[in-house]
Design a protein around this ligand. Structure first.
Ligand code: MF3
Ligand code: CO
Length: 250
């Protein structure tokens, strides 16, 4: 599949879809507290998405059984919400959410700290978020896709963290996952040239320890093989003639 370049009308719909998702994320983030279950987070997210007249795009995607991916501590992504998985002070929790508005998908993720967390874990969360912003400094028309990948890798590598390789960012639009794939680790090729109107979900997944991941028996939950914490930060962005627009931030 070729990389889609969105028309002005489609860009407006992407902006709207992403703005709603940004509000959903902010409301979810404001509600995270010790004692709540990952299932509670999923139900709240589902309710918020539908309150805006939108549909959660993760629900039933390849059989995924919930509306929000909720991944705690060593869980990297795609954690399945559970009533008996209770957040505790000192945990980190990654919320990955997406929705469909008038046929257009949005996708974003944040990692939150539950109360006070260990300093090295707090730093992992901060550096993961910062790596996204380093990456999108390169997200300009005329640059190449893997300039983004390499900028993320350049920022992460000196910290000694493990950059997850099995999962990558992606194009997004009328489908949740469109071409191109967007790795967060160093690339030897340049990749495709960036063109105004491309909408991309850029999502570094960074492990405190080694990069290796495993899948739990549920065949969804991705965990750090060494059991150390992992952080995730994602926004849907638009390539423009100038600076990129971060569509899933208010
Ligand atoms: N945000 C995830 C991604 O970018 C999508 C979650 S996968 C799902 O790939 F199956 F849960 F939807
Ligand atoms: Co994504």
């Amino acid at each position: 599949m070729a990389i889609t370049v969105k028309s002005d009308r489609e860009i407006e719909l992407m902006r709207e879809s992403c703005k709603i998702l940004a509000k959903v994320h902010d409301e979810l983030g404001a509600n995270i507290k010790p004692g709540m279950s990952t299932y509670d987070i999923d139900r709240l997210g589902d309710k918020l998405i539908r309150s805006y007249g939108c549909v959660p795009n993760f629900l039933n995607y390849n059989g995924y059984p919930a509306s929000i991916c909720v991944s705690v501590n060593e869980e990297v992504v795609h954690g399945i919400p559970k009533k008996d998985r209770i957040l505790q002070e000192g945990d980190i929790v990654s919320l990955d959410a997406g929705l469909i508005y008038k046929g257009y998908h949005s996708d974003a993720a944040r990692t939150y700290m539950v109360g006070r967390v260990a300093p090295e874990v707090e730093e992992l969360v901060r550096i993961t978020k910062e790596s996204f912003f380093e990456g999108i400094k390169m997200a300009k028309a005329g640059n190449y896709l893997f300039d983004i990948s390499n900028a993320i890798a350049d920022y992460i590598e000196p910290h000694g963290y493990g950059i997850v390789r099995e999962l990558v960012g992606h194009g997004i639009g009328t489908h949740l996952h469109e071409d191109p794939q967007i790795p967060n680790f160093r690339q030897k090729r340049k990749g495709p040239k960036l063109v105004p109107g491309m909408t991309l979900a850029i999502e570094p997944m960074i492990n405190l320890g080694r990069a290796d991941v495993e899948w739990l028996d549920d065949d969804w939950t991705v965990v750090a093989a060494d059991g150390l914490p992992s952080a995730h930060y994602e926004n849907t962005i638009l390539i423009t003639d100038g600076e990129p627009e971060i569509l899933t931030l208010l």
